[in-house]
Design a protein around this ligand. Structure first.
Ligand SMILES: [Zn+2]
Length: 62
């Protein structure tokens, strides 16, 4: 008697949802659902790291 049921292949693990829109991620563009969402995320990253504070006047050259 097998009290150790072998699990054939990968169990149906639910794919992580796209962090952008929450749709199921596509294998081609994990962890996003599409290239579009990947682009959106990338843009968020870039705009986050390159967050340039708007300087309006207020320049004080010593
Ligand atoms: Zn998405």
């Amino acid at each position: 008697m097998a009290d150790n049921p072998a699990k054939p292949g990968a169990a149906a693990k639910p794919a992580k949802p796209c962090p952008i829109c929450g749709k199921p991620a596509a294998a081609a563009s994990r962890p996003f659902c599409s290239d579009r969402c990947r682009d959106v995320d990338l843009n968020r990253w870039l705009s986050g790291s390159y967050a340039i504070p708007a300087r309006e006047g207020e320049e004080d050259p010593e």
